[in-house]
Write a protein that binds this ligand. Structure first.
Ligand SMILES: Nc1ncnc2c1ncn2[C@@H]1O[C@H](COP(=O)(O)OP(=O)(O)O)[C@@H](O)[C@H]1O
Ligand SMILES: [Mg+2]
Length: 355
């Protein structure tokens, strides 16, 4: 995509603002961002379901949309598969007919369509269920049918629009791992839209964080999780502590930052940091620890509150007037007012934000 712009309606809500991005073949590119940031608009532009105001889209070498040249290939000629949040299956067709439908549209013979449909039913784990109607399946099975339908005609890419959002938490988790397993069996090119950071981190080869119709950060799942570039990204991937700091030393992209919880090793994206500069550091609560006795480099604080949440306990600790969140795997809760000493987990690296 190059220079895509799209506004909606009379009041001209800007959904995409000069958006450019490459989607590498064989990879899963995940668009991650809050509701309303333009993810669906990107996907529907690729699919040909909406017409952008300007810009150009090519798939492989072929131009499928070019506003300036007035080129706009219709959706069914773009060779893409799509999986929607709402499944969008046909209620009056059987499971097998739903899956086989794209094959008949592309002119496959009935025999070939039946063979490929059968293979797809096996692949998505619904062997023997081809004769059922869609309403005779669970939500997870319905979503597998819509995946099968999207994949059966061997598309050049599959577009996913929040496909797991309608499922309950347990099923969502299972489908996430199943999708990953399917991809590992036979990699396919996909663009996957979600507002769920866990889905993005698990499924992506590359994550694109979007904000208000623009790209905020592009990176590997590890980059997005460990090295967010901006406050917005850090906040969006759930990093609770954004600490003020000042740069103590610089070694290429690696710096040491003085903060209220001590000197923290960190990585920066901007390259113009100098010693003494004020900055913000994103500190994941699980990368801090606290002890009851003093230790070298640890800072004294007082527990404000301990919150037990099953897999971990969150402690809110006041250190020099700054409230810090720490996460530990322990079941121990601390009484409010307890004196503790806070330090970074040894070997942890933090992220200096651009803004
Ligand atoms: N058909 C439409 N008419 C008017 N505004 C729209 C329409 N579709 C989307 N928008 C607006 O465009 C922005 C981006 O929408 P969308 O691409 O659906 O975001 P996302 O998928 O990230 O939630 C939002 O502000 C949304 O309200
Ligand atoms: Mg959407």
């Amino acid at each position: 995509m190059r220079g895509l712009c799209k506004s909606y309606g009379r009041d001209g809500v800007v959904a995409l603002d000069d958006f450019s991005l490459d989607f590498p073949a064989g990879q899963c590119t995940v668009l991650l961002g809050p509701s309303g940031c333009g993810k669906t608009t990107v996907l529907r532009s690729i699919a040909g379901l909406i017409t952008p105001d300007s810009g150009r889209i090519t798939i492989d070498e072929r131009v499928v949309f070019d506003a300036a040249a007035r080129a706009d290939v219709p959706p069914e000629k773009r060779g893409l598969g799509m999986v929607f949040q709402s499944y969008a299956l046909w209620p009056h067709l059987s499971v097998a007919e739903n899956i086989g439908y794209p094959l008949l549209c592309t002119g496959a013979s009935r025999i070939e369509a039946a063979r490929k449909t059968q293979a797809m039913l096996e692949w998505i784990g619904l062997e023997g269920m081809g004769g059922r109607f869609v309403h005779e399946l669970s939500g997870g099975q319905q979503q597998r049918v819509s995946l099968g339908r999207a994949m059966v005609a061997n598309p050049r890419a599959i577009l996913f629009d929040e496909p797991l959002s309608n499922l309950d938490a347990r099923l969502r988790e299972r489908m996430r791992l199943e999708l990953l397993a399917l991809r590992q069996q036979a990699p396919f090119t996909s663009v996957y839209v979600t507002h769920d950071q866990l889905e993005a981190i698990t499924l992506a080869d590359r994550v694109v964080v979007m904000r208000a119709g623009k790209i905020e950060q592009v990176g590997s799942p590890e980059d997005i999780y460990r090295r967010p570039r901006t406050r917005f990204c850090a906040d969006f991937v759930g990093i609770a502590n954004l600490l003020d700091g000042s740069i103590r030393s610089v070694n290429g992209p690696d710096v040491v930052v003085d903060t209220v919880v001590g000197a923290l090793p960190a990585r920066c994206w901007r390259t113009d940091w100098s010693i003494g500069a004020k900055c913000s550091v994103a500190v994941r609560p699980s990368l801090l620890c606290m002890r009851e006795g003093p230790s070298s480099g640890a800072r004294p604080g007082r527990v404000v509150r301990s919150i037990y949440q099953g897999t971990s306990t969150i402690d809110l600790v006041d250190v020099d007037g700054v409230q810090i969140a720490l996460e530990s795997m322990s079941d121990d809760r601390h009484a409010p007012g307890s004196a503790v000493f806070v330090t970074a987990t040894s070997g942890a690296q933090f992220a200096v934000l651009d803004d």
